[in-house]
Design a protein around this ligand. Structure first.
Ligand code: MG
Length: 388
């Protein structure tokens, strides 16, 4: 309890006390209160939203086709109802245009007082989505916390609520960033317990081939390649795809810019490998536009506003006979465990964001023999570390 009070105090100080919002009377769930002593700051029957900034420290410098960084800005969120706490998170890699300041400003505008129950997910999340046009990570933090709360009130994990068999959770990819051949070899050897690697390409031809050859010098693991929009010419890109196929690569993500969909459609039509949309996919409404251009989509909670829309994207993509992958940003085990809830339904999972940080604050989904291992705890299946 002390830790939780500290959390709220921190949030209160950092946001000048403006984070609590009351809901109207909510008596029907009073029997579901936890045994915890109600907080001084909490009024019974009200959803209370609070947050605190929490930057994620990367274990290694992370290099993509366009940038390098050593930390990622983050905000941790709680929605509490009668002593039951749902945890959420916003992660803001710099290229997505959100920051701690923009997320805090967004959260300050969220007023849950008109909603009687967290079970009104559709109405609450439509309201949250309507507050601004963008701010997808901020919206995701609310969505994730609400899902955790609802799962805890029901007493079931989301994979079960969605009707998924946790034994079908796939292996997760482990990311090898762009680096020198020696570093790539070392990182690949350290990742020998993963069943599939994700290798970042898209800088230039020499670097790309060197990356793959360095991995192959020490490993036969299947590889997923992410070009992060780095290739500029469709003929070159198709040649690379075919060469990668020969190197044991199983898929290629975002070979060219999201502004070059005609070229990507041309590649997909001819490619031996599935071509997956990442930067080209943000929201549910993008999925029909990508049908016929890409083989499939890479869903990330921070792009699509959270678990509810992720589930809708997954089902729409399946209806269009597209492949589905679930990915992540640098995130704690909170958002990673949230995304992992739908992993039994996807073709590939790339959920290593929590493994790439040095300061995780939750115990949640695990990786055992390279495979995602979901637990039976309710909600997201997470427990805060150092909180009892
Ligand atoms: Mg990607």
């Amino acid at each position: 309890m002390n830790s939780r009070r500290d959390f709220l105090k921190t949030a209160s100080l950092s946001t000048m006390g403006g984070m609590f919002f009351g809901a109207s009377s909510f008596g029907s769930l009073s029997g579901l209160r936890s045994d915890e002593t109600p907080l001084q700051t909490t009024k019974p029957g009200r959803m209370n939203l609070s947050w605190k900034p929490y930057d994620l420290a990367l274990r290694h410098v992370f290099t993509l086709a366009g940038s390098s960084r050593t930390s990622t800005q983050g905000i941790q969120v709680e929605i509490e109802l009668d002593g039951v706490v749902g945890y959420g998170e916003a992660s803001m890699p710099p290229y997505l245009g959100e920051s701690k300041a923009s997320v805090i400003e967004f959260l300050s505008r969220v007023d849950l007082s008109t909603f009687k129950s967290p079970f009104e997910l559709e109405d609450i999340l439509n309201y949250v989505d309507g507050i601004t046009e963008n701010n997808t990570a901020a919206k995701a933090s609310i969505d994730i916390a609400l899902h955790d709360l609802v799962g805890k009130l029901i007493g079931q994990p989301w994979h079960k609520i969605w009707g998924l068999d946790k034994e079908k959770a796939p292996s997760t990819m482990f990311t090898i960033g762009i680096d020198t051949p020696e570093v790539v070899k070392t990182k690949t050897q350290e990742a020998s317990h993963f069943n599939i690697l994700k290798v970042k390409l898209g800088r230039n031809d020499k670097s790309d081939r060197e990356m793959i050859e360095s991995v192959r010098a020490v490993s036969n693991q299947p590889i997923a390649v992410d070009a992060n929009q780095g290739w500029k010419d469709k003929f070159y890109a198709l040649d690379m795809v075919e060469w990668l196929h020969e190197q044991g690569v199983v898929l290629v993500e975002q070979p060219m810019s999201k502004k070059q969909h005609d070229d990507i459609a041309w590649i997909t039509e001819r490619s031996s490998l599935p071509i997956m949309a990442d930067e080209s996919l943000q929201r549910l409404s993008d999925v029909p536009k990508l049908h016929g251009i890409f083989s499939g989509v890479n869903i990330k909670l921070m792009k699509c506003t959270g678990m509810r829309e992720a589930w809708k994207i997954l089902n729409l993509a399946r209806a269009l006979q597209m492949k589905v992958m679930v990915g992540c940003m640098t995130e704690t085990s909170c958002a990673i465990s949230a995304a992992a809830q739908l992993s039994p339904a996807v073709d590939w999972a790339d959920l290593d964001g929590n493994l790439l940080i040095a300061n995780d604050i939750y115990d949640g989904v695990k990786v055992v023999d390279g495979k995602l291992q979901l637990n039976d705890r309710p909600g997201l299946g997470i427990v805060p570390l150092n909180k009892n």
